[in-house]
Design a protein around this ligand. Structure first.
Ligand code: MG
Ligand code: ZN
Length: 266
């Protein structure tokens, strides 16, 4: 899935030599020697170690991001969702609603294109587009570079739209004060049970596109039960970014997160 993050057992987080022609050959034959077994175990533990190192390095950079942001009284929110859940539409609405009230900048993560950065710029926010190529998540180093470029003023809100994917973005701390998972009605009621790690990591779960519920026979109570199973007690907001329904509670949540971070007195 991801060629850079070590989140998949076949990820190439770092170059390594592999004397087998390929894994399937080894597994299919099932007649490999004790030496092969030994090698497989060594290989697996090497990958786990690499994954560990990648995440540890990321966590250190994320902590540095968090310190730097806190010193300037800047609040970053990391928005996670599947592709098409409506992250960018939610950000566009948020920018239009709050830009007169607070400085607001955006970091957009996608594998390719500037499309989403262009959309949020048109809505009125400065934005940096990070393109990850084969990578399927933002990491703390990418965010550090984007923050250098954006140089958000004191008291700013930084909205980070992660790459559309509910798997490894949940593993990578970026230095945010909160993670928001956006789910949407057309994705169905079971999404929280299928991607429990993302929902468990969320400080807030937003259910978007509630205007579509009647058209897709969406059972709201079933979705809510799934979200509460994945993350007992998690805060949930239901809204339609496109139709402008339920956005007041979302803005209030953002305001409260921002108010919780003390602005520097200097
Ligand atoms: Mg987007
Ligand atoms: Zn990834």
């Amino acid at each position: 899935m991801c060629a850079t993050c070590g989140c998949s057992p076949h990820a190439t987080a770092a170059p390594h030599t592999h004397p087998h022609a390929d894994h399937p050959a080894v597994e299919a034959a099932h007649a490999h020697s004790h030496a092969d077994h030994h090698h497989d175990h060594a290989h697996a533990s090497r990958l786990i170690r690499l994954e560990h190192e990648v995440l540890a390095r990321n966590d250190a950079l994320a902590a540095a991001n968090r310190r730097g942001l806190a010193e300037r009284g800047v609040v970053a929110v990391n928005v996670l969702a599947s592709p098409g859940a409506g992250k960018t539409t939610l950000l566009e609405q948020t920018i239009r609603a709050l830009r007169a009230e607070m400085p607001l900048v955006v970091i957009e993560g996608d594998q390719a294109t500037e499309f989403d950065a262009d959309r949020v710029r048109a809505a009125g926010a400065r934005a940096v587009q990070v393109t990850t190529g084969a990578g399927c998540h933002l990491d703390a180093a990418m965010v550090a570079r984007a923050l250098d470029e954006l140089d958000p003023p004191a008291g700013a809100l930084v909205l980070i739209e992660n790459v559309g994917n509910l798997v490894c973005p949940a593993l990578f701390d970026l230095g945010e004060v909160a993670k928001v998972v956006v789910a949407s009605v057309p994705e169905g009621e079971d999404k929280p049970l299928k991607y429990p790690h993302a929902f468990r990591a969320a400080d807030l779960v937003v259910l978007n596109k509630i205007d579509l519920a009647p058209h897709v026979a969406f059972a709201h109570e079933r979705w809510l039960a799934a979200a509460r199973t994945a993350h007992p007690g998690v805060d949930v907001l239901s809204l339609s970014a496109k139709r402008g329904v339920g956005l007041g509670a979302w803005y209030a949540w953002l305001r409260s997160r921002r108010a919780a971070v003390e602005a520097p007195t200097a």
